[in-house]
Design a protein around this ligand. Sequence first.
Ligand code: IMP
Ligand code: MG
Length: 179
Amino acid sequence: MDIESKVWEVLCSEEEIKDRISELAEEISKAYEGKNLLVVSLLKGSFIFTADLVRKMSIPLKVAFMITSSYGHSETSSGSVSVSMDIQDNLEGVDVLVVDDITDSGITMKYVTEHIMKKSPASIKSCVLLDKPDRRQVDLEADYIGFSIEDKFVVGYGLNYGDYYRNIPYVFAVTNEDR
Ligand code: IMP
Ligand code: MG
Protein backbone atom coordinates (compact mmCIF):
# COMPACT_ATOMS: atom_id res chain seq x y z
CA MET A 1 0.00 0.00 0.00
CA ASP A 2 1.52 3.29 -1.08
CA ILE A 3 -0.08 5.51 1.52
CA GLU A 4 1.14 8.86 0.15
CA SER A 5 -0.69 8.45 -3.15
CA LYS A 6 -4.03 7.47 -1.58
CA VAL A 7 -6.99 9.50 -0.35
CA TRP A 8 -7.26 9.62 3.44
CA GLU A 9 -10.62 9.44 5.16
CA VAL A 10 -10.91 10.78 8.72
CA LEU A 11 -12.57 8.13 10.92
CA CYS A 12 -12.23 9.77 14.33
CA SER A 13 -11.60 13.52 14.46
CA GLU A 14 -9.57 15.25 17.18
CA GLU A 15 -12.79 16.52 18.75
CA GLU A 16 -14.47 13.10 18.71
CA ILE A 17 -11.40 11.48 20.27
CA LYS A 18 -11.18 14.16 22.96
CA ASP A 19 -14.86 13.79 23.90
CA ARG A 20 -14.78 9.99 23.95
CA ILE A 21 -11.62 9.94 26.07
CA SER A 22 -13.27 12.23 28.64
CA GLU A 23 -16.18 9.78 28.88
CA LEU A 24 -13.89 6.76 29.20
CA ALA A 25 -11.73 8.50 31.81
CA GLU A 26 -14.78 9.30 33.91
CA GLU A 27 -16.11 5.75 33.64
CA ILE A 28 -12.72 4.22 34.51
CA SER A 29 -12.11 6.67 37.36
CA LYS A 30 -15.45 5.65 38.91
CA ALA A 31 -14.75 1.93 38.46
CA TYR A 32 -11.30 2.18 40.10
CA GLU A 33 -12.22 4.53 42.96
CA GLY A 34 -10.40 3.33 46.10
CA LYS A 35 -8.42 0.71 44.16
CA ASN A 36 -4.72 0.39 43.47
CA LEU A 37 -4.61 1.16 39.75
CA LEU A 38 -1.66 0.48 37.48
CA VAL A 39 -2.17 1.51 33.86
CA VAL A 40 -0.02 -0.66 31.58
CA SER A 41 0.49 1.07 28.24
CA LEU A 42 1.53 -1.06 25.27
CA LEU A 43 4.21 0.70 23.24
CA LYS A 44 4.50 2.15 20.83
CA GLY A 45 0.92 2.34 19.56
CA SER A 46 -0.85 3.44 22.75
CA PHE A 47 1.52 6.18 23.94
CA ILE A 48 -0.67 9.08 22.81
CA PHE A 49 -3.96 7.47 23.86
CA THR A 50 -2.53 6.59 27.28
CA ALA A 51 -1.14 10.10 27.81
CA ASP A 52 -4.50 11.71 26.99
CA LEU A 53 -6.55 9.15 28.95
CA VAL A 54 -4.59 9.31 32.21
CA ARG A 55 -4.58 13.12 32.16
CA LYS A 56 -8.39 13.05 32.21
CA MET A 57 -8.55 10.60 35.11
CA SER A 58 -9.38 11.89 38.56
CA ILE A 59 -8.01 9.07 40.75
CA PRO A 60 -4.47 8.23 41.90
CA LEU A 61 -2.75 5.84 39.51
CA LYS A 62 0.62 4.57 38.36
CA VAL A 63 1.73 4.04 34.76
CA ALA A 64 3.99 1.31 33.37
CA PHE A 65 5.03 0.46 29.84
CA MET A 66 5.43 -2.75 27.96
CA ILE A 67 6.73 -3.41 24.47
CA THR A 68 5.19 -6.28 22.57
CA SER A 69 5.81 -7.29 19.02
CA SER A 70 3.93 -9.60 16.76
CA TYR A 71 5.93 -11.34 14.10
CA GLY A 72 5.10 -11.43 10.43
CA HIS A 73 3.36 -9.01 8.12
CA SER A 74 3.49 -5.40 9.29
CA GLU A 75 -0.20 -4.65 8.79
CA THR A 76 -1.58 -7.60 10.68
CA SER A 77 -0.78 -9.74 13.65
CA SER A 78 0.64 -13.13 12.72
CA GLY A 79 -0.43 -15.02 15.78
CA SER A 80 2.83 -15.10 17.68
CA VAL A 81 3.51 -12.32 20.17
CA SER A 82 6.68 -11.63 22.11
CA VAL A 83 7.40 -9.28 25.00
CA SER A 84 10.55 -7.28 24.33
CA MET A 85 10.19 -5.02 27.38
CA ASP A 86 8.28 -6.30 30.38
CA ILE A 87 6.87 -4.39 33.36
CA GLN A 88 8.98 -4.70 36.50
CA ASP A 89 6.26 -3.81 39.01
CA ASN A 90 5.20 -6.14 41.81
CA LEU A 91 1.53 -6.74 41.04
CA GLU A 92 0.46 -8.07 44.43
CA GLY A 93 -2.78 -6.26 45.31
CA VAL A 94 -2.58 -4.21 42.12
CA ASP A 95 -5.50 -3.59 39.76
CA VAL A 96 -4.08 -3.61 36.25
CA LEU A 97 -5.64 -1.86 33.27
CA VAL A 98 -3.88 -2.71 30.00
CA VAL A 99 -4.18 0.06 27.41
CA ASP A 100 -3.63 -0.48 23.70
CA ASP A 101 -4.37 1.46 20.54
CA ILE A 102 -6.50 -1.16 18.78
CA THR A 103 -7.77 -4.72 18.97
CA ASP A 104 -7.67 -6.35 15.60
CA SER A 105 -7.29 -10.15 15.76
CA GLY A 106 -7.27 -9.82 19.56
CA ILE A 107 -4.11 -11.92 19.76
CA THR A 108 -1.92 -9.19 21.30
CA MET A 109 -4.37 -8.27 24.08
CA LYS A 110 -5.15 -11.90 24.85
CA TYR A 111 -1.45 -12.71 25.09
CA VAL A 112 -0.65 -9.68 27.25
CA THR A 113 -3.51 -10.25 29.70
CA GLU A 114 -2.50 -13.90 30.11
CA HIS A 115 1.14 -12.85 30.56
CA ILE A 116 0.20 -10.33 33.29
CA MET A 117 -2.18 -12.82 34.97
CA LYS A 118 0.86 -14.98 35.72
CA LYS A 119 2.14 -12.13 37.91
CA SER A 120 -0.98 -12.52 40.10
CA PRO A 121 -2.49 -9.00 40.06
CA ALA A 122 -5.63 -8.30 42.12
CA SER A 123 -7.52 -7.77 38.85
CA ILE A 124 -6.89 -7.22 35.17
CA LYS A 125 -8.95 -5.38 32.57
CA SER A 126 -8.28 -3.88 29.17
CA CYS A 127 -8.98 -0.62 27.39
CA VAL A 128 -8.51 0.14 23.70
CA LEU A 129 -9.14 3.27 21.70
CA LEU A 130 -10.28 1.32 18.65
CA ASP A 131 -11.85 -2.06 18.08
CA LYS A 132 -12.25 -3.95 14.82
CA PRO A 133 -14.70 -6.70 15.87
CA ASP A 134 -14.94 -8.16 12.35
CA ARG A 135 -11.27 -9.12 12.44
CA ARG A 136 -11.29 -11.13 15.66
CA GLN A 137 -9.45 -14.46 15.63
CA VAL A 138 -9.54 -15.21 19.36
CA ASP A 139 -12.15 -14.86 22.08
CA LEU A 140 -11.25 -11.43 23.43
CA GLU A 141 -13.36 -8.36 24.13
CA ALA A 142 -11.76 -5.29 25.69
CA ASP A 143 -13.53 -4.03 28.82
CA TYR A 144 -13.39 -0.40 27.71
CA ILE A 145 -13.61 0.54 24.02
CA GLY A 146 -13.34 4.03 22.54
CA PHE A 147 -14.69 3.41 19.06
CA SER A 148 -15.82 0.29 17.26
CA ILE A 149 -14.78 0.62 13.62
CA GLU A 150 -15.12 -1.23 10.33
CA ASP A 151 -12.42 -3.47 8.96
CA LYS A 152 -10.13 -0.79 7.54
CA PHE A 153 -6.43 -0.18 8.04
CA VAL A 154 -6.22 2.90 10.24
CA VAL A 155 -3.39 5.27 10.99
CA GLY A 156 -2.72 8.29 13.24
CA TYR A 157 -3.11 9.10 16.94
CA GLY A 158 -0.37 6.61 17.84
CA LEU A 159 -1.11 4.09 15.10
CA ASN A 160 1.56 3.76 12.47
CA TYR A 161 2.12 2.92 8.88
CA GLY A 162 5.73 1.85 8.38
CA ASP A 163 6.41 3.44 11.80
CA TYR A 164 5.34 6.88 10.52
CA TYR A 165 2.20 9.01 11.03
CA ARG A 166 1.86 8.27 14.78
CA ASN A 167 1.88 12.03 15.40
CA ILE A 168 -1.16 12.79 13.24
CA PRO A 169 -3.72 14.01 15.83
CA TYR A 170 -6.72 12.11 14.40
CA VAL A 171 -7.44 8.58 13.16
CA PHE A 172 -7.74 8.12 9.43
CA ALA A 173 -8.29 5.22 7.06
CA VAL A 174 -6.49 4.89 3.78
CA THR A 175 -8.88 4.36 0.86
CA ASN A 176 -8.20 2.63 -2.47
CA GLU A 177 -8.69 5.92 -4.32
CA ASP A 178 -5.65 7.67 -5.76
CA ARG A 179 -5.28 11.38 -5.09
P1 IMP B 1 -3.98 -7.80 17.13
O1 IMP B 1 -2.98 -8.58 17.91
O2 IMP B 1 -4.26 -8.43 15.80
O3 IMP B 1 -5.24 -7.48 17.88
O4 IMP B 1 -3.30 -6.46 16.70
C1 IMP B 1 -2.98 -5.51 17.59
C2 IMP B 1 -1.87 -4.65 17.05
O5 IMP B 1 -1.78 -4.64 15.62
C3 IMP B 1 -2.15 -3.23 17.46
O6 IMP B 1 -1.59 -2.97 18.72
C4 IMP B 1 -1.51 -2.45 16.35
O7 IMP B 1 -0.16 -2.24 16.67
C5 IMP B 1 -1.59 -3.34 15.14
N1 IMP B 1 -2.73 -2.98 14.27
C6 IMP B 1 -3.84 -3.68 14.07
N2 IMP B 1 -4.68 -3.07 13.22
C7 IMP B 1 -4.05 -1.93 12.86
C8 IMP B 1 -4.42 -0.83 11.99
O8 IMP B 1 -5.50 -0.77 11.37
N3 IMP B 1 -3.51 0.17 11.89
C9 IMP B 1 -2.32 0.17 12.55
N4 IMP B 1 -1.95 -0.82 13.38
C10 IMP B 1 -2.81 -1.85 13.53
MG1 MG C 1 0.46 -2.40 18.83
